[in-house]
Design a protein around this ligand. Sequence first.
Ligand SMILES: [Zn+2]
Length: 414
Amino acid sequence: MMSLDYKHTVAERLMRYVQVDTQSDPYSSTQPSTEKQKNLGKLLVAELKAIGIADAELDEHGYVYATIPANKDTVVPVLCFCAHMDTSPDCSGADVRPIFHQNYDGSDIVLPDDNTVIISTQNHPYLKEKIGDDLITASGLTLLGADDKAGIAVIMDAAQYLMQHAEVKHGKIRILFTPDEEIGRGVDAVDMKKLGADFGYTLDGGEQGHLEGESFSADGVSITIHGISTHPGYAKRKLVNAAKIAGAFLNALPKEQWSPETTSDKEGFVHPVHIEGGVEKTRIDFIIRDHTTSKLALYEAKLENILKETIAAYPGARYEFVVKEQYRNMREILDRCPEVMEYAEEAYWRAGLQARRISIRGGTDGSRLSFIGLPCPNIFTGEMGIHSKQEYVSVQDMEKASEVCVHLAMIVAE
Ligand SMILES: [Zn+2]
């Protein structure tokens, strides 16, 4: 363990950033999906400039780019640190009132603005490891937004450290803050040429020590069932009800597997997330997930077979089945450049941690960045209970993550 002479700023930063509402909106077609995300972008650009990062900019698509200049002559790879500015549409992010809990004592945390919202050690066993830490929560009416403003606070804290410590030698480091990660559009308008980095790390993970180099591979499937609509009073042997076919089809899906609620670890799932329609036409949207990309096609073939068999009992009905690729397991890329994970493991080690390689049951900006030229695993920030009013984060976890970033900068330049 190599200790750094650090005066951390993560807690103040997080508490400041979460008060800016940056909720993204999956139903918006604009870029970014909500204009208010730029409010945080502007604040971050001003803060980056204040710590001496002259080229910090917010572009029209809502991305923040900035450079920590190299302070070493030899040519070393360009490293990128990335975090997302938006918060989940699943829970309100307006008027967040962050609460600082000093020296957490291990008891359940009752949130003051709605005392039915309780962050309990039973539902959040990681809390038991955080006794003595300082925690930050919301107040009971909103999410906290540590996902991923903890990541932003960590990167800002590390950037400030590097700008203030010329004796710490590193190459060029690019900072990227993205909008709309929570709605799967975080890298839609990123300019990879402008970013100009060789590999990167997202700061968007949970427990201290976790290192995520593997994500789901993901497709979306949209199924449209077409029935035949007639006046119901004169419908005998004519009407074919698409809504009923949809019901029969969903009922025919496997019940003990294939569902998020019945799977864990390395098991994939086939998950209907939305249904709408009526007699004439009903649409069902699925998300398909597995860590092994080739399994997606098998799930999709089986799903279509079940649909075909169901629909065969309804003469006159027909269907459309459209598969759309969403993202792929970043491991396919990271296996080709193992040093990217190894640098991170070394940085954890120097920060006094043993890295635990974890696979994410989801995706990150890094899943897609990895496939467009920026191999990009995910580092912990301590954000927990995300997308909910029970969200919390340990200040000491964020501080550790910041130290990991500084060590990474040094390791890459060695
Ligand atoms: Zn996130």
